[in-house]
Design a protein around this ligand. Sequence first.
Ligand code: FAD
Ligand code: SF4
Length: 511
Amino acid sequence: MPKTLRLILGDQLNYEHSWFRELNPEVSYVMMEILPEAQYVRHHIQKLLAFFGAMRQFSDYMQSQGHHFIYFSLDAPHNRHSFAENIKSILDTDKYQRLQYQEPDEYRLDQLLGSLSEKLDIEVEMTSSEHFLSERTEVKDFFKGKKSFLLESFYRYMRKKYDVLMEGDQPLSGKWNYDADNRKKYKGEIPIPRLQMAPPPLQDILQAIEAQGIEYLGQVDLNQFDWPISREAALRFLDFFTQNCLPYFGTFQDAMEMNEPFLFHSRLSFAINTKILHPREVILKVLESWQQMPDKINLAQVEGFIRQVLGWREYMRGIYWAKMPEYADLNFLDLKNKLPEFYWNGNTKMRCLQQAISQSLEKAYAHHIQRLMVTGNFALLAGVDPAQVDEWYLGIYIDAIEWVEITNTRGMSQFADGGIVGTKPYVSSANYIDKMSNYCAKCHYQKKKRYGEKACPFNSLYWHFYEQHRDKLGKNPRIGMAYRNLDRMKPEEKEKIMIQAQEYLSNLDHL
Ligand code: FAD
Ligand code: SF4
């Protein structure tokens, strides 16, 4: 074998990758903590710590197994903070014939690493990351010639492809989808399980981040770090989830509760996105737990979870590769407003946003419905430029990597792709938020009021949104009902709502 240098990126921590199946003295691995990766957006401090911490754990583990690693830490004096420059410095001192890297998940890095062969005097080869359950082009090929990319049909295809929850070519128990059973509000009837874990050592990395002057968002308490960054911790999280949360996962999947950021969610997205966990092993563990505890876990919970991992996650990645780089600039509704200041500090009288944002700043986490129906919903109703919305989501969440952030944000949440991911915009008035949470009861605003003193901003902005985008949305059959309701309103009532919305729109920072 030619002497080979293998580059591993921060989200390629695949402990089970075939690269590590055998020890080979002709192979060295290189990992690097570099400033451009820490600075392409202002990241949450917990995200920076989790990525660098997980990289160090990975490298330490592989070295303990006998693999040869070259590691550039953030504060190493010889770190040139560039993939190409650091690799050049290795090649200057040691003779390698070949550089290998795994397919990056981000378009930006795909381009950058794809151009390495022009910069380096060495053979460069890309190989599979052996992580996803579909190929980069599988979604594109699946929907070839189709205008809309329906998740449901891709999800069914994946269920059949991997024979998950199937009876022959039919879904187990005759139903593909248990969404309708999965929409309960949480009323404290089931205690929320708490996972106690010793925090990982992150002090050195925090110091290096501070010393380098990297700007970041949010806060961290090193004595209580909520994210698994080693393989061992990730497996523990997976085990904890299947034993304690899975029995209620689907039922309370959409619920929101004051001061309860995690509810019955898995918190596995960081570990899966960095490839510490493989989606296949996560799905198999869920199926195994269901088989072991059929009286505790029902099919609706299992299907609800598998839909996210086997369906949504693979689908989003496929959309990303089908539509990049154009996707990153889409702005179907031509929205231009600035992201309200309270997204950066949580200072708003709107309880739902105050909760979702403060929690995100504190934990680098909000669950799906908080992201979609609170922060995303409001940004869309407020007409915020999707580029600013993307920047916020990409920075603040522990699991935010562009391929999965942008498709969820620009696509699903902001409808900036004009209907590739979602068939209609995810917007709602206070009604939905009140149905799924206990936020409204403790809010400064009144959930039922559409205008006047303390009227909930979501209510007037919701109708204003439809009115404003009638030319682009008016013919969408999925929102015909909203337009019929709008058109049935008394003109005086409608006018008051529109005036209220305008007032709120010109005062977004102070709501
Ligand atoms: P759970 O609720 O326990 O779900 C289990 C797993 O399913 C997750 O870990 C994740 O791997 C997968 N999953 C669930 N929903 C999705 C989805 N829509 N797309 C892809 N995978 C999904 N997810 C990210 O991983 N990174 C992001 O940057 C990201 N940005 C988002 C932005 C917006 C506006 C929205 C609406 C959603 C976003 N999501 C993102 C999807 C989802 O919110 C997170 O995956 C989830 O909240 C992570 O928490 P969890 O691990 O506790 O998930
Ligand atoms: Fe949010 Fe309106 Fe409910 Fe307040 S009343 S929590 S602003 S939806």
